[in-house]
Design a protein around this ligand. Structure first.
Ligand SMILES: NC(=O)c1ccc[n+]([C@@H]2O[C@H](COP(=O)([O-])OP(=O)(O)OC[C@H]3O[C@@H](n4cnc5c(N)ncnc54)[C@H](OP(=O)(O)O)[C@@H]3O)[C@@H](O)[C@H]2O)c1
Length: 312
């Protein structure tokens, strides 16, 4: 699929998702360059001699191209950001001087609220957003397991009021990021995709922290299930105020479906809490609560989960 005319993509955030894309890129003739957080991390990576990737079947060792901010040479023209929401601003600040003014930047992450601040680094960036349901986790330093297949959608948010990039351009970017089994599909309305993912994450992730349970266990515990309903009731109010048509019953049905489909998963929020790491809560429930305030809606259940996760 690769031709010599294809751009050189960098990946910022060489964790589970970033390494997954880089691994498939490497295997399918599309060598992305990972940007590790600093020279020490790069030295550790070089000692490990690459990424160990279990992409289904057995693990393989892949010597992926990697660099770090202090060793960046040529300008970055195409950047896939796979850092977590709370890490994004610092990660981009560290490489902003190397971004070409009109770089194509694809923000592939959960949560909302990180896109607009990115534009402050370079107002002429061509920023696209993506959402994925691929499931991948890190089982050690520079080691990943691709545990579940999903889909990845890409589009231009209308919330940023950037000049429209056009369907053909976005389809071209989707093709460049489609490597091996990871297929990226362009969509006309990425805002709705990201919003719907946010709503599901708002309902499931903080509750898994509260009950310290796997996603599916929320459906088996009557207390948690009641609370899930109360949270979705508040979410439905925000959804309605924004003009979306799906009602509370439909939203709850979707949330239950995801919890059931991912029943054995420990949410990344729960994993972050258990590992003592900062979570994405400010860009998930925090985003919802800030929006509720702007819309004059009271969201006490979500607010209390926000406090619970902040203090966990
Ligand atoms: N994993 C999944 O299955 C999945 C599925 C759907 C969506 N998502 C979303 O995708 C996003 C990424 O998730 P993930 O699971 O890949 O997270 P992750 O494994 O924690 O990866 C994040 C990576 O960002 C790196 N990073 C943090 N700060 C940095 C900085 N200043 N400079 C350079 N790199 C920096 C981290 O580096 P260190 O290794 O040095 O800490 C880490 O490698 C999240 O929004 C998540 O919610 C994940």
């Amino acid at each position: 699929m690769t031709t010599t005319a294809e751009p050189n993509w960098h990946i910022l955030g060489a964790g589970a998702i970033g390494s997954l894309w880089a691994s498939h890129g490497h295997l399918h003739g599309h060598p992305f360059t990972l940007i590790l957080r600093d020279a020490q991390r790069l030295a550790d990576y070089q000692s490990a001699r690459g990424i160990t990737a279990n992409l289904g079947g057995s693990a393989q060792h892949l010597p992926l191209k990697a660099t770090c901010p202090s060793q960046l040479g040529e300008p970055i023209t195409h950047l896939l950001i796979c850092a977590k929401a709370q890490q994004t601003q610092a990660a981009v600040a560290a490489i902003a001087a190397h971004l070409s003014d009109d770089a194509v930047v694809v923000l592939l992450q959960n949560g909302l609220g990180t896109a607009a601040p990115l534009m402050q680094h370079k107002p002429s960036l061509r920023l696209l957003q993506a959402s994925t349901t691929e499931g991948v986790f890190r089982n050690g330093p520079f080691s990943i397991v691709h545990a579940g297949r999903g889909q990845t959608l890409l589009g231009q948010s209308t919330a940023l009021t950037l000049p429209p990039m056009g369907e053909e351009f976005i389809a071209g970017i989707a093709r460049q990021l489609s490597v091996g089994p990871l297929q990226v599909t362009p969509v006309a309305d990425i805002d709705t995709v990201l919003w719907q993912k946010l709503l599901v994450n708002c309902a499931i992730n903080p509750l898994t922290v509260k009950y310290r349970c796997r996603n599916g266990e929320l459906l088996d515990n009557p207390l948690a299930l009641q609370e899930l309903g109360d949270i979705v009731n508040e979410i439905a109010k925000v959804n309605h105020a924004l003009g979306y048509r799906d009602n509370e019953t439909e939203l709850l049905g979707r949330v239950r479906q995801v919890a059931s489909k991912t029943a054995l998963n420990r949410s990344s929020m729960l994993q972050d809490i258990e590992a003592g790491r900062e979570t994405e809560i400010e860009f998930i429930t925090g985003y919802l609560c800030r929006l509720g305030t702007e819309l004059g809606l009271s969201l006490p259940r979500n607010q209390s989960l926000l406090t619970l996760v902040r203090e966990a």
